[in-house]
Ligand binder design. Structure first.
Ligand code: ADP
Ligand code: MG
Length: 701
């Protein structure tokens, strides 16, 4: 069919006047025939089933019954009249009840003729009744195409009130199919249809709107979900390929003295297989002359820092500078000290730039950066200031990417004539399927292995009532030389209350753990940077045994001697936050513990979160649960992607189809990057249409 037909404004469909057109546009975003065709039902009323009256259950949602009306009467009530009909089948009796439209119904209902009725039942005084049933004469029912699975379309209150009921939408859909003669063009290629045994587009569209059976419906849904996900993946992968072919990067083809010396002489430990694999992936990217745009996912403690360093050494060996940007001052400082230590036997110059860097030092850094004396710059958002100009930035690494917006990242890009390679590191594992959709245009590396010898962190859930036992446990651990974190929630809306909780908590800890035997640090976001650093350093050096803090310590802090993490009001934390917090311990050789403290009042979701934390320490598994609990909309980094505006597929439930769709999209583009072959004509056309009208894929930037 002519593609233009589907672009016909909805006003031109028979049965749609200006009023209805207006409402359809405003309420459902339906502007064209195509939009209506793509209005897929939310659910279906299964009208393949017929109930006998004796089979009715109080739990039934909607039921369909065949029978006759034997009597009709009007009953007067204080609050108005109602019309009641006695409806029987060969097994029993129920009452049909109307409060509205009584006159019309009374005049039109036929007695003692077989009807099919459909609706929700109520159970009261040992008998069933059905208010405002849908009714159809059995005769007509047997002939109608609505008699199998009845679609229920998305609606709004306004539509319902304006008379655009589900039945009306259904009628419009029938009209659309009538006018189009169901001659819808195929949108997938023959080989795809054959290999995956998919319904044709025509069949799928017909069966999504007028399914004859559950099986027909399932096939139609599969086909349409596949198609939706396939085109998203096609677009993302294509973007990535175009990016690679268009955006040149500096080819780092040398592996020089810095990398080699470090690798052969100064590695403080043997790299894990996963680290080796990831470094190889990065090396390959850097060596090609396309700009690298890579996401490095690795659980807390999986050893991303060394990977970052080795990548930076490659840049330096090729005569370029590198930078590493972290979301907090504490974390930047820690990266800086760590990297200086690792590089102490190399001839690299490294500096730290944060909000609290003194002006004189700042000037010196600016100068050394511009004349190329400086190899590596580490810091916070301060790196994004306009005054910071690199001589030749070749690699930009961003740690904990979810703290940075896209805009900020691209600001780094524009520091130089050519964009530097970009490596984004995140410790918030994103379920693979979600990553495929949100970051489908990035390359992804995963460190899926922890360094050897790391003991599992024993995690328990304790109620506040057991606090004394927990204190005793803390004392035991401290007497063995360990250190302890105690973390309080800090949620924006209730900030003052939360600070009060934190300070009260701090005071009671100080009372329980008095000087001089114990030293307690405190750390929160309202402290001055210098004070924060001072307190953090006391803890890092082991001068204090307990660190009472808000979630400012969540990200990246590394104190291997700290072996106990206590989370207060743990029910108020999200799963990924709890996982991040737990990752602060278990970094040394000692057995570590995470204790999740809560009150007795727990929501079902909170219970699931706590149980999950106790059960597993696998970040990816935790991320999957998190995704299920919160839905993709709230996951880190997905907010702006719009990947959730899916029409029929569900990112969580349809992850298997997503994987298949992605692999086929890749296969198609590999074999035919420009979609110019004969067999890919339908794909090329559909793709062009989608880009042109952006009706479903409106999120693509
Ligand atoms: P993250 O991925 O959370 O940034 P880090 O890079 O901070 O992890 O590494 C966590 C700890 O593990 C550090 O103390 C680091 O020195 C150590 N580490 C990293 N890789 C290895 C390895 N292959 N073998 C032993 N220890 C390692
Ligand atoms: Mg880290």
């Amino acid at each position: 069919m002519n593609a233009n037909f589907l672009q016909t404004p909805i006003d031109y469909l028979k049965g749609v006047g200006p009023n209805r057109a207006d409402l359809l546009k405003k309420e459902l975003g339906i502007h064209t025939f195509q939009d209506l065709l793509n209005l897929f039902p939310n659910r279906y009323l299964d009208r393949t089933q017929y109930y006998k009256i004796t089979q009715l259950q109080q739990t039934n949602a909607e039921v369909q019954i065949i029978g006759k009306i034997t009597h009709i009467k009007t009953i007067e009530q204080k609050r108005g009249k109602r019309l009641v009909a006695t409806f029987i089948d060969e097994t029993g009796t129920i009452e049909l009840v109307w409060f509205r439209g009584q006159k019309w119904i009374r005049e039109n209902l036929k007695l003692n003729v077989p009807y099919v009725i459909f609706g929700k039942t109520n159970y009261f005084n040992n008998s069933f009744s059905m208010p405002h049933p849908e009714m159809e004469l059995l005769d007509a029912h047997e002939k109608s195409i609505r008699s199998a699975m009845q679609p229920v379309y998305p609606s709004t209150e306004k539509l319902g009130n304006s008379g655009i009921t589900n039945r009306v939408i259904n009628g419009l859909m029938q009209q659309l199919f009538l006018e189009s003669k169901n001659a819808f063009a195929e949108t997938l290629s023959k080989p795809l249809l054959e290999q995956l045994k998919l319904d044709s587009k025509k069949e799928a569209l017909f069966n999504i709107h007028f399914p004859k059976s559950q099986a027909h419906l399932a096939r139609a849904q599969y086909r349409l979900k596949f198609e939706e996900l396939f085109y998203i993946q096609l677009q993302l992968i294509r973007k990535n390929l175009i990016h690679k072919s268009k955006i040149k990067g500096y080819p780092f083809d040398k592996i020089g003295p810095n990398f080699n010396t470090f690798f052969s002489e100064h590695l403080p430990f043997e790299l894990t297989e996963a680290q080796k694999r990831v470094i190889k992936e990065i090396r390959n990217d850097l060596g090609s002359n396309a700009q690298m745009n890579r996401l490095l996912q690795g659980d807390v403690g999986s050893g991303k820092t060394i990977v970052a360093l080795m990548s930076m050494l490659i840049a330096i060996d090729n005569g370029f500078q590198a930078c590493l940007m972290a979301p907090t001052e504490i974390l930047s400082v820690q990266h800086y000290t760590g990297l200086v230590e690792l590089c102490k036997k190399l001839n690299t110059s490294i500096e730290l730039l944060t909000g609290s860097t003194k002006t004189s030092k700042r000037r010196e850094i600016h100068k050394k950066l511009e004349n190329g004396e400086l190899d590596i710059l580490i810091g916070t958002h301060a790196l994004l200031e306009d005054k910071v100009k690199f001589k030749n930035l070749g690699l930009a690494i961003v740690d904990e990417q979810h703290r940075f917006g896209v805009e900020q990242r691209s600001k780094l890009w524009h520091k130089n004539e050519y964009p530097p390679h970009v490596l984004v590191m995140t410790a918030t594992p994103i379920p693979r399927t979600l990553a495929m959709s949100v970051y489908g245009d990035l390359d992804i590396s995963v460190i899926d292995e922890l360094p050897p010898g790391r003991k599992d962190i024993k995690t328990v859930h304790r109620f506040d009532a057991n606090r004394l036992k927990v204190f005793r446990f803390i004392k035991d651990e401290i007497s063995k030389g360990r250190q302890v974190y105690i973390v309080y929630p800090l949620i924006q809306e209730s900030e003052t209350m939360d600070y009060k909780d934190l300070m009260d908590g701090y005071e009671s800890i100080v009372r329980e753990f008095p000087q001089p035997n114990y030293q307690v640090s405190i750390l929160h976001g309202q402290m001055k940077p210098a004070d924060k650093e001072y307190e953090m350093n006391r803890f890092i050096k082991g001068e204090t045994q307990i660190m009472v803090a808000t979630t400012v310590i969540e990200v990246g802090v590394n104190v291997p001697n700290a072996s106990v993490m206590i989370v207060e009001s743990a029910e108020r934390f999200g799963l990924s936050q709890l996982h991040q917090l737990r990752g602060r311990v278990g970094r040394g050789a000692e057995q570590s513990y995470c204790i999740l403290m809560t009150s007795h009042k727990l929501s079902a979701d909170a219970k699931t979160r706590l149980e999950t934390m106790v059960r597993t320490s696998d970040g990816f598994e935790i991320a999957e649960v998190d995704l299920k609990l919160r839905g993709p909309g709230d996951m880190m980094g997905t907010q702006q992607s719009g990947v959730l505006n899916l029409r029929i597929a569900d990112i969580i439930k349809d992850s298997e189809i997503l994987k298949i769709a992605r692999s086929y999209a890749m296969q198609v583009l590999k074999a035919d990057p420009n979609l110019s072959s004969e067999e890919n004509i339908p794909i090329k056309n559909t793709y062009a249409q989608l880009v042109k009208y952006r009706n479903i894929w409106n999120y693509i930037s």
